[in-house]
Design a protein around this ligand. Sequence first.
Ligand SMILES: NC(=O)c1ccc[n+]([C@@H]2O[C@H](COP(=O)([O-])OP(=O)(O)OC[C@H]3O[C@@H](n4cnc5c(N)ncnc54)[C@H](OP(=O)(O)O)[C@@H]3O)[C@@H](O)[C@H]2O)c1
Length: 248
Amino acid sequence: MRVMPGTPSRTVVVTGGGTGIGAATAALFAEAGDDVVITGRREDVLSRTAKELGVRYVAFDAADPGSVRGALTELPTAVDVLVTNAGGNTDRQRPPVEAGDLDGVAAAWRANFDANVLTTVLITEALTPRLADGARVVTIGSIAAKQGSGSYGAAKAAVEAWNVDLARKLAGRGISANVVAPGVTLDTEFFQGTVTEEWVAARVSAAFDKRAATPAEIAGTVFFLASAASSHITGQVVHVNGGAYTAR
Ligand SMILES: NC(=O)c1ccc[n+]([C@@H]2O[C@H](COP(=O)([O-])OP(=O)(O)OC[C@H]3O[C@@H](n4cnc5c(N)ncnc54)[C@H](OP(=O)(O)O)[C@@H]3O)[C@@H](O)[C@H]2O)c1
C-alpha cells in the first residue's frame, strides 16, 4: 500500500495483534503509514511482531477489567481506529467436557464469553472517551455466529448484538461500528493444532471458491471499514468467507 503524500497518519489500536488476523491487520495499517499499537497477553509474541512491523505494543489481558484499566496509561490518548480482534474458540484450548458435567459446561461457556465478548466490550468501553470524532470501531466476529460452534458461536452472536447498540450510541459523533465475520482463516493460531487436513478440506468445501481465507483478506476488509470510503456503513456484519455463508 503506497502512502499518499499529505495523508494524515491515524492512531490505530489492534487487540490480539501479535498473531494471525490481528498481525495482518496491524501490518496493513502500518504499511499505510498509520501509528499502530498492538495488544495481547504474551509479551514475547507481541514484542517479536511489533519489531517486525515497526509498531508499538502493550501487553494486557483484554478479558480482565483490572488489566484493561492498568493498560490505559500506556494506550494512546486519542484513537482513530479501534480493531477489537482478540478472541478465539476456547473449546479448542481445553479438554472436552463430559456429557452431564454441568460445572464443566458452565466453565466452558464462561471461557468463550470472556474470550470473545469481554475482550471486545471492555476495551471498547475503556477507549470510547478517547475515540476521535469520525473514528472507526471494527470488531472481528465469526461465521460461527450464524452457523453454530456452541458457546463460541453464541459468544460471537452476542458481539453482533452488542455492535448494533454501539453503532447507535456512537453515530452522533460520526463514529462507525461494524463487525467483520471471517470464515475459516488459516495461518493463525486459532485452531491450536486441533484440526486435520481432512477437516479443513471438508469445511472449505462449503465455500464457493473452495478455499480458506488468508489473514490478509480479513485485514483488507477491516482496512476498508476504517477508511473514508465506508463512511455510511455502520451497525453491519460483513462476511468474508468465499460464499460459505451468504447474506440473507
Ligand atoms: N482463524 C479463523 O478461522 C477465524 C474464523 C472466524 C473468526 N476468527 C476470529 O478472528 C480473531 C483473531 O483470531 P485469529 O484467527 O487470528 O487467531 P489467533 O492467531 O489465535 O489470534 C488471536 C489473538 O488474540 C489474542 N487474545 C486472545 N485472548 C486474549 C485476551 N484475553 N486478552 C488479550 N489478547 C487475547 C491472542 O494473543 P495472546 O494469546 O497473547 O493473548 C492472539 O494474538 C478472533 O476473534 C477469532 O475468534 C478466526
